[in-house]
Design a protein around this ligand. Structure first.
Ligand code: PLP
Length: 462
């Protein structure tokens, strides 16, 4: 217990050391490696006596700090990896320091739920969405898809006068989708709908977007049964968008819950030239947005947006119904009865800080810069003798490969990542092995693209 008291006394020195270390990392992030090779994890053994925070920091610095990769740096293009803006780091640190428990029973408790509600409103403004959406913060787009689809499940039950949240699933749940993200499928398995129960709708020729003709044929086959449609507001490979105007028209004709997974594609709404990709998305019942991607806030941050008209379904799904001390979930708005987790950190604070600090203009610049860089990289690849695109760039991702069939793409990518200058991830598109690059970090510049391209060319010339 002595260590704890000593640490509390030395807090000033501890936090200053942490600040300086963080500053050092962030200042030198361009030079830090984007990958390391790690061996299998060691089995930790907990000592009887602790060493105190200062010595713990020393141990961390010996063992782990040197192998932390620059995942929030300018050349981490694997998956869809965001970064962290200065303001978001401030918000994230303060969320830890203040350590509020965001539940917010109106009238008592603390202000954190109000900050969350306010931040959702800022995000709706950023995306040009109406205030008829209610939302909340979850850990990532996976949990956002889960939350939205859980409400969709409850909606579908009501079509049969059933309360699935209470009674369990007693009817067949039809889910239609063309190119769903793996996390949406995972959500179906968590929700007891079954990951194998998706009715696969064809994508358009040479596209990942849904074929509206095939969609309508699949709907007709359901003979009027209600269903859930999972549509894409940016697929992960080519960032293809379903035709939301056409889906909106189908919604006037058929009875379904319309979910859009717009984890990062939703940020096209910030851009002047690409916002049209999302035209009519506001007619959806629910939308998934990932903040730790293009909003450039630290992990873990995403939001779900569900139409206010579905508030009762939402609360029926997520209420703590056997806890009278938490109040009547139907009367008092409380995040406790509105999303999967009960106790959680003030996840909205980093987003509140960054939105307040940079505004619409700041995000337009970040998003436009990433899109420009994706096209710049595409141009360099297309003009080269060594590389070719597997699909044209739609927004901020590239799928490309090596022209020469005799070169093994996986080996090339492994060597490229080993260089530590860039990190990209493999893909398979149009029957060919390829490489994916995703631009979502505010730090990236044309100089980064030039640097990576040179490394790639040199690697192939070996
Ligand atoms: C990244 C992503 C997800 C999953 O997001 P996590 O933050 O990893 O949970 C879901 N859908 C799409 C389209 C994505 O790009």
């Amino acid at each position: 217990m002595n260590q704890l008291i000593e640490d509390a006394k030395a807090l000033d020195a501890l936090l200053n050391a942490t600040k300086n270390q963080g500053l050092d990392y962030l200042t030198n992030i361009n030079d830090r490696s984007t990958s390391v090779s790690v061996t299998a994890a060691e089995n930790g053994v907990l000592a009887e006596a602790g060493v105190g925070a200062k010595e713990a920091l020393n141990l961390f610095n010996q063992r782990f700090e040197p192998i932390m990769v620059a995942s929030s740096g300018p050349r981490f293009w694997g998956f869809v990896t965001g970064g962290s803006t200065p303001a978001s780091i401030v918000g994230d640190w303060l969320a830890t320091v203040y350590d509020q428990n965001t539940q917010g029973v109106t009238g008592h408790g603390d202000v954190s739920a109000n900050i969350e509600v306010e931040t959702i409103s800022l995000l709706l403004d950023l995306f040009g969405l109406p205030k008829s959406f209610l939302g909340g913060f979850v850990t990532g787009a996976t949990m956002s898809n889960f939350t939205c689809l859980a409400v969709a499940r409850q909606w579908l039950g009501k079509c049969y006068n059933k309360d699935f949240a209470k009674e369990g699933i007693t009817e067949k749940i039809n889910v239609l989708s063309a190119t769903p993200h793996s996390s949406a499928i995972k959500s179906l398995s968590l929700l007891g709908i079954g990951s194998g129960n998706v009715i696969k709708v064809n994508a358009m020729d040479d596209r990942e977007a849904i074929s509206i003709t095939d969609l309508e044929q699949q709907i007709e086959k359901l003979n009027g049964q209600p269903f859930i449609l999972i549509s894409s507001g940016g697929t992960v490979n080519t960032v293809d968008f379903d035709d939301f105007t056409a889906i909106k028209q189908l919604k006037q004709k058929y009875n379904f819950w319309w979910h859009i997974d717009a984890a990062f594609g939703g940020f096209a709404a910030c851009s002047t030239d690409y916002a049209h990709l999302l035209k009519d998305w506001e007619y959806a019942d629910s939308i998934t947005i990932d903040n730790h991607k293009w909003l450039n806030v630290p992990y873990e941050s995403a939001v779900f947006l569900v139409k206010e008209e579905h508030k009762v379904l939402q609360t029926e799904t997520f209420q703590n119904s056997n806890a009278p001390y938490l109040g009547d979930p139907m009367e008092n708005f409380s995040y406790l009865n509105f999303l999967p987790e009960n106790s959680r950190r003030l996840k909205a604070l980093p987003a509140w800080f960054t939105l307040t600090a940079y505004g619409k203009e700041g995000y337009r610049a970040i998003v436009d810069n990433c899109i420009t860089l994706a096209h710049y990289f595409q141009e360099k690849l297309e003009n080269s003798d060594q590389f070719m695109m597997l699909a044209p760039v739609i927004l901020n991702n590239l799928c490309f490969t090596i022209k020469d069939d005799n070169q093994d793409v996986s080996t090339f990518l492994a060597d490229l990542n080993k260089s530590g200058k860039v990190f990209m991830t493999p893909t398979f598109y149009n029957g060919r092995k390829g490489i994916r690059a995703s631009f979502v970090n505010w730090r990236t510049t044309t100089a980064d693209v030039d640097l990576v391209f040179d490394v790639m060319v040199n690697l192939l010339a070996r």
